[in-house]
Design a protein around this ligand. Sequence first.
Ligand SMILES: *Cc1c(COP(=O)(O)O)cnc(C)c1O
Length: 453
Amino acid sequence: MEKEKLLEIDRRHIWHPFTQMANWVSQEQLIITGGEGNYLTDVDGKRYFDGVSSLWVNLFGHRRREIDDAVKSQIDRVAHTTFLGLSHPQAIVLAKKLVDITPGDLSRVFYSDNGSTAMEIAIKMAHQYWHQREEGGRGRRSRFVTLTGAYHGDTIGSVSAGGIDLFHAIFAPLLFETEKMPAPFCYRCPYGMERESCGMHCAEKIAERLAGGGDTIGALIMEPVVQGAAGMIVHPDGFLRAMREATQETGALLIVDEVATGFGRTGTMFAVEHEGVVPDIMALAKGLTGGYLPLAATMTTERVFEAFLGRYEEFKTFFHGHSYTANPLGCAAAMATLDIFERNDVIAHVTAIAEKLRVRLGEIASWSNVGDVRQKGLMVGIELVEEKEGARPFDPARKVGQKVAAETRKRGVIIRPLGDVIVLMPPLTTTEDEVELLCEATFGAIHDVVKGT
Ligand SMILES: *Cc1c(COP(=O)(O)O)cnc(C)c1O
């Protein structure tokens, strides 16, 4: 089908995610027909650097031979069989690998198919765990503590744990209540303090809340080290560790959402490793298949798992599962992805590239409309502001972030902003030259747009 026809049908019949469709019709649309390495190609044959890893999922580029081969060879065996009451080698071998590479005593893998479901499962698992635990406060630990700005996905449960008003406020009547605590966002400190002198007041407040909640709080739910969708908010060193200690003291579970941060993105295999933290439940998705197929995993400990054991008629079963749970093609892609980690020093490469990126980002820190530059590994947020003094944001109607993304695209790089936070999240295989390309395109676009608004 030719381009014009494709565009016409798209405009007439498709409803794109997270997209104001009234604007969509008037914008120039890209139709991607191919990918190779860190680049995407559109229907006109124009090449673009994939500056946000196809929305944070891709790790090793497109058409990576090892992953292609694994999926093809699995297709020659079987594409899908159910995981309800049956098993298959791909999911089994992958589970062992996941247990081996994740920290501490995470030893059980519950599969699903995306980040939202992985978190939905984490929440239901924690709830049922407390309901079924024999000793102590049975069923009383029904509350969750969550962070402002949190993003855990778009299903009703994961939205309940979320804290981005723009996405979530409208659904408030449908959500279960959580105890939202101010997240550590040093650039716009919720307590109006300065990092140098605050003594991590925000962490203390959450610890106090957990202690005050006694045995009514079942779990603390958080994105470890970086809150992605909130605008790449990098937590201060020691915050995650403080959260682990606070939950340990009160007996609440710690649920970490590594959907965005997992698989090397922050410069360690998992973000919890930065602080030597072992959570009770951990959600994985996005990079798990190298960005190839929808697959997710919720991992937990034997302690949590054992609370679900009993005679059939006790109904302690975890009644949750999806049609495509543990899809064999996804598992094959995930296995190949983890093999790439095993055979290459991916983390060393990420560290070197992230350092190169850090140096280049330093160039724009002083620009008058660059309020804050946040980075952890290959997760970057550049917050653009109208005025540096007081961190005064742009009027949203000016759509500064969207304009920068459009300008960046003209320069051969695809990015997608979060409001006026310009997000850069290149694949782990990004080269030094591609850091240059990414920075030149982005900085040029910021310069042109901000000057022009
Ligand atoms: C993307 C994301 C999710 C949701 O994952 P989906 O696969 O889009 O459902 C959950 N948590 C975090 C931290 C994410 O970045």
